[in-house]
Design a protein around this ligand. Structure first.
Ligand code: FES
Length: 484
């Protein structure tokens, strides 16, 4: 049988997104065995696969890097120690396969000799000869498998139980960093080995300790193969057991002081407030959720987080100027004399339904783009959705204040569509009509989609009413009605 490859690794090999492979598996175009695909089937499905210079995937990686953190752009090679260990493991595996092949070759030779002795079994002998022909023309699968070996040296693949989620560990990243970047929601707190929240049990494979700080583990846990994900990287491909958050209810309420990194204009009426959490106390939240921000004098307001939970310590907020709203006024004045902001949260259940593989439709109104941006970046990190369509309604031409970012997503991703809509601010139903007409035109079978709406309350309510009127099932619609 041809070599089996994990879905993530197969996608990397032929230069497509994992979501595309999943959609071909669902449609029956590509066979899968327990979440794996064979090298032969993969080559049949992608006969023109270019094994080098996968431009589409490179563009996708670049988008993810830009969306997440600057540090990620500096992709590092694994350390010498890790490279040597992976090469050694590959050598051991090669020796095991070689020994197995020798064993089977002996059995086949004996079987052929016995068949030759028995003329009645000539048909069986011909059948056996035919079955022993390679499934793919000689040499065709070799570049694919060579590339796979190279990938295994450069990156380790991790499968998570019981969720079945997968992620890759690049360079010297810890297991925790790599998992967060892949959009997974593990429990964690400090990222430096102090809190003990990021425990995972290694079911198979080898890890390498990158930080000597596992005193929070008991001797029994260590003996059972439990490690701290923030203090270990992967030496080889791994299977780990760890608990992931499944929804907003799994997110604890947290309070922390975040440093102000910058306040910068995003447009005439919107400012980007960039906060950074302490190294030892990260904010754990799900994409789309909100937090309360408070200045030392008590001035405060609630905002959806605009950045992805995978963006390490960075928290972004899109603050819209509102008459009489003290916190926004202070932000527009540059938060002079303020060093830190108290953050409390997360709150809200405007989060991605990760169990769904339906196409995703996002309707953002004005700075309702903030939680939608977080959801889109999270969906891109998970790479499981069949398609992502964004309709951004603004009441002024400059209201699409991150238009270039949205266009870069659309340029880079085949499955991403971006439609900016300019509409009158009132009445509310007139404001959302243009966007909804576009949505209906693009999705005549709206019931096949999951729709996420984040907009000022009157717009959000009008859109909710219209979408349900057009037959969208209630459970496939999530609405965030914003004050801002
Ligand atoms: S996150 Fe605190 S020990 Fe790993």
């Amino acid at each position: 049988m041809s070599r089996l490859l994990t879905l993530s690794r197969a996608a990397r090999l032929v230069g497509v997104r994992r979501g595309e492979l999943q959609s071909r598996i669902r449609s029956g175009e590509l066979a899968a065995f327990e979440g794996m695909v064979s090298a032969d089937d993969l080559l049949r499905a992608y006969p023109d696969a270019r094994l080098e210079g996968n431009a589409g995937l490179e563009r996708f990686d670049a988008i993810k890097d830009t969306a997440f953190t600057r540090r990620m752009r500096e992709r590092l090679l694994p350390s010498t120690e890790v490279l040597v260990a992976r090469l050694a493991e590959l050598g051991r595996e090669r020796a095991r396969v070689q020994a197995q092949l020798e064993h089977y070759r002996g059995i086949v030779e004996q079987l052929q000799a016995r068949l030759r002795e028995n003329p009645d079994l000539a048909g069986l002998q011909a059948w056996l000869r035919q079955r022993l022909e390679p499934a793919t023309p000689a040499g065709q699968a070799q570049p694919l498998l060579a590339q796979e070996s190279f990938l295994r040296i450069m990156t380790a693949h991790v499968q998570v139980r019981p969720s079945g989620h997968e992620f890759f560990v690049d360079g010297n990243d810890s297991l925790l960093e790599a998992a967060l970047r892949a959009g997974l929601s593990f429990d964690y707190g400090c990222s430096i080995g102090n809190c003990g929240k990021c425990k995972a049990k290694v079911a198979s494979g080898q890890v390498h300790r990158t930080r000597h700080s596992d005193y929070v583990l008991t001797a029994a846990e260590k003996n059972a193969g439990v490690v701290l994900m923030c203090c270990h990287t992967a030496l080889t491909d791994l299977v780990i057991e760890a608990r992931e958050a499944h929804g907003a209810a799994d997110m604890p309420l947290q309070t922390l002081e975040a440093r102000i990194r910058s306040v910068s204009p995003l447009g005439e009426d919107v400012r980007l407030l960039h906060l950074q959490t302490p190294r030892s106390t990260r904010l754990r939240f799900l994409a789309g959720q909100s937090v309360s921000l408070a200045l030392p004098d008590g001035t405060g307001c609630s905002f959806p987080v605009a950045s992805c939970p995978c963006d390490e310590r960075n928290l972004h907020f899109h603050v819209r100027r509102r008459r009489g709203e003290a916190f926004a006024e202070r932000v527009f004045d540059g938060l002079q004399g303020v060093d830190a902001v108290r953050v409390e949260g997360p709150r809200g259940s405007f989060v991605l339904n990760e169990d769904s593989h339906r196409p995703l439709v996002f309707i953002a109104g004005e700075s309702g783009f903030a939680p939608v941006k977080s959801l889109i970046e999270h969906a891109m990190a998970l790479d499981a959705a069949e398609s992502l369509h964004l309709y951004w309604v603004a009441s002024s031409p400059g209201g699409h204040y991150l238009d270039n970012l949205c266009r870069s997503w659309a340029d880079a991703l085949d499955n991403f569509r971006y439609v900016p809509v300019t509409a009158p601010a009132a009445p509310a139903d007139a404001a959302v009509t243009g966007a909804l007409q576009e949505v209906m035109r693009d999705h005549p079978r709206l019931g096949d989609c999951d729709v996420y709406v984040a907009a000022p309350a009157p717009w959000a309510n009008a859109a909710e009413f219209e979408l349900l009127e057009h037959g969208l099932p209630r459970e496939q619609l999530l609405v965030s009605a914003l004050e801002t």
